[in-house]
Design a protein around this ligand. Structure first.
Ligand SMILES: [Zn+2]
Length: 82
């Protein structure tokens, strides 16, 4: 990945995505495949103190930033609820 491309992607406004529409890297894990570059990974980040899942994420490869529009569902799932 070209570092200039990464720098440009990081500077772009975040892309809104539905977490539950993304493909997971491994079953049972939170990480998803990047819907833009396809080769990168969105790890899913948490608040350091509350451990609550954050809506903002970024691709480890292309640097593209994302916002999960369905973060409420993710948090519910994380708490083990339905
Ligand atoms: Zn990517």
């Amino acid at each position: 990945m070209d570092t200039k491309v990464v720098a440009r992607n990081v500077a772009e406004p975040p892309v809104e995505v539905e977490y539950y529409g993304l493909e997971r890297t491994h079953p049972g894990r939170w990480a998803s495949k990047c819907p833009i570059c396809k080769g990168g990974v969105l790890l899913v980040h948490r608040n350091n103190e509350t451990l609550e899942i954050l809506a903002q994420d970024n691709c480890m490869l292309c640097g593209r930033r994302f916002v999960y529009t369905d973060v409420g569902e993710m948090r519910k799932m994380d708490r083990g609820g339905s």
